[in-house]
Every structure is written in C-alpha cells, then in structure tokens.
Design a protein around this ligand. Structure first.
Ligand SMILES: Nc1ncnc2c1ncn2[C@@H]1O[C@H](COP(=O)(O)OP(=O)(O)OP(=O)(O)O)[C@@H](O)[C@H]1O
Length: 291
C-alpha cells in the first residue's frame, strides 16, 4: 500500500498554521449550538442541561469518563434521540428532535463507537453506501433514466475514488471488510462518512482498539479532512494524547454535566476532571475486585 508521508508529530500548531476559515470571535454563525440539553431515560438524567457550540473549521473534543453522556449528546445532536428539553441548532437551523436522515441531509455525517460496517460486503461497497445521502432521485431523472443515472453514477464514483485514495485504501478496496484488521476497518468507516462530503463530521471513538501507529495515522487523516475538505469535526475520544494534539477546544462531561471546557491541555488538567477520572478508575477497580 502506498504510505502517507510519515510525520514526526501531529503537532497542533503545524495543523493550525494552515487554517480553513476558522471563525474566531463569532464572525460566522457556529456550525452547532446545543442549548441547555436535557435527556432522560426513565428516571436517569443522562444529560443535565448541557450547552456547547462548535465553530466552523474547529476540531472539537467531547471527552469524559465512561457513562458521562458523550454518546447520548451526539445522539441528540444527530436526531437519534430527541432531547427531553433544550434545543439543537445546526447551521443556524433549529433541528431539535428531527429525524436522523433529515439531519444527515444538511451535511452531517457520523461514525459509531462500535463498528457499523456491513459484513460480507467489500471495502468499496461499504464506502459507496456512505454516498446515499447525496443521491437524489427525481421524477425527471427517472424519465431520462439512462443519461441521467449514468452521469450521476460517474459523479458518485469520482467522489468515492478520491476518498479511497485520500484514505489510502486502494490496496484493500475489494477485500471483504470482515477480513481486514480493526485499524483498517475504522479507516473504512471514516471513508464511508467522508464520501457524504459532510460539512460537519462527528466521530465517536475513531481510535478505539488501535495501536500508537494506527492512532497517528487516523489523527493525520482527521487533520487532513479539516484542512483539505473544509470539514468541521467533533470527536469523542478517550486517548488524551490525541485530544490534546488535534483538538482546538474540548468540553469535559461527568455524570451528564460539563465540568470543564476550553483549551484541551488546561481543561484536562482541571482538578474537577482529574477527580472525575480518578473516581472512574476507582470504580472500575472496585468492580474488578467484586467480580
Ligand atoms: N438508550 C438508553 N437507555 C437507558 N440508558 C441509557 C441509554 N443510553 C445511554 N444510557 C445511559 O446514559 C448514561 C450516559 O451514557 P453514554 O453512553 O452517553 O455515555 P458515554 O460517555 O458515551 O460512555 P462511554 O464512554 O462508555 O461510551 C449512562 O448511564 C448510560 O447507561
């Protein structure tokens, strides 16, 4: 496989030396504004009034110990769960509680914490599936089926081929997804999200189960997606070295509430955050001793 030029580091300063319309100071409307989001599951308050905003061109980190509400927050942003109260505004439009496919059609793509690839299908076919939000069949299109559909098909293929090259997946394009290593499967999932040409990309633990080298690769692809494709990115990630290296800002959740936010290194060093993670480790040790 042709290798992406190796980087000695994925230093944030270098990435930020080539900004892509980063809108500091509120010059442009934020991509995402979540205001006072509450989400209950029966008696459990998974989110307790969370407010955050993501600016255009940012890589924004959503972090916190296990069970703190990160995935629930993303599910609310993307329409998988309606908020119990509060509002979600995407690209200036109130989307609170609207269906996931309608939110996707605004230019939002996401990957999932647990791999959601289709076994038995090739890498190429899995990536092609990510293109379906951009396919808009129309009555006229159906009437002029041949000419129209072939033109469309070629355009979709071009985006898919560019993305396969961008993600360096050429050598395994025809492999069934289940036979390739987990690190590559994660890369295929990211490619499937990118072929939708999202304006806003949400990644739920894209580096779970990866070794250091694979993490550095994915980090590089994420930085490149922001720089070369003008994509705003929200990432849930447990690897703090990655978070501090690639994120512009973070919000830290604990028990459904924001306990720190801002510049990643400072936020993660906040005593409330250190305490929350120590509490999580202690709880895990206790659960292990009881088992
Ligand atoms: N569909 C659901 N029904 C009931 N409870 C849920 C549901 N989804 C999430 N929860 C609960 O809400 C809380 C937050 O869960 P969530 O998955 O959002 O946390 P998380 O920060 O993403 O955790 P992790 O890092 O382990 O993925 C947890 O207590 C979880 O058990």
């Amino acid at each position: 496989m042709s290798e992406r030029p190796t980087r000695t580091s994925w230093d944030k300063q270098e990435a930020l030396a080539r900004p892509v319309g980063l809108s500091k100071g509120g010059r442009e409307a934020p991509v995402l504004v979540c205001a006072d989001i509450e989400r209950r599951f029966g008696g459990l308050r998974a989110l307790k009034g969370v407010s955050l905003s993501v600016e255009k061109g940012e890589i924004f980190g959503l972090v916190g110990p296990n069970g703190s509400g990160k995935t629930t927050m993303v599910n609310v942003m993307t329409g998988f769960y309606p908020p119990s109260s509060g509002t979600v505004t995407l690209f200036g439009q109130d989307v609170s509680g609207i269906a996931p496919h309608r939110i996707a059609s605004l230019g939002v793509a996401r990957t999932f914490q647990n791999l959601a690839l289709f076994k038995g299908m090739s890498v190429l076919d899995n990536i092609m599936l990510g293109r379906h939000t951009a396919m808009r069949p129309s009555a006229l299109g159906t009437f002029f089926y041949w000419w129209w559909s072939q033109r469309e098909e070629l355009a979709h293929r071009r985006v898919v081929e560019e993305t396969i090259e961008f993600m360096q997946l050429e050598d395994i394009r025809n492999e069934p997804v289940e036979v390739i290593p987990i690190g590559l499967q994660k890369r295929v999932e990211l490619a499937r999200a990118l072929v939708a040409e999202p304006r806003f990309l949400i990644l739920d633990e894209p580096m779970a189960g990866m070794n250091q080298e694979e993490k550095e690769y994915i980090a590089r692809f994420i930085l490149d997606a922001r720089e070369e494709r003008n994509t705003t990115i929200l990432i849930i990630e447990h690897h703090m070295d990655v978070v501090t290296a690639i994120c512009d800002r973070v919000v830290v959740l604990s028990y459904g509430e924001i306990i720190a936010e801002g510049e990643p290194r400072a936020a993660i060093a906040d005593p409330a955050v250190v305490k929350a993670y120590i509490g999580e480790r202690a709880a895990r040790r206790q659960a292990g001793a009881a088992a």
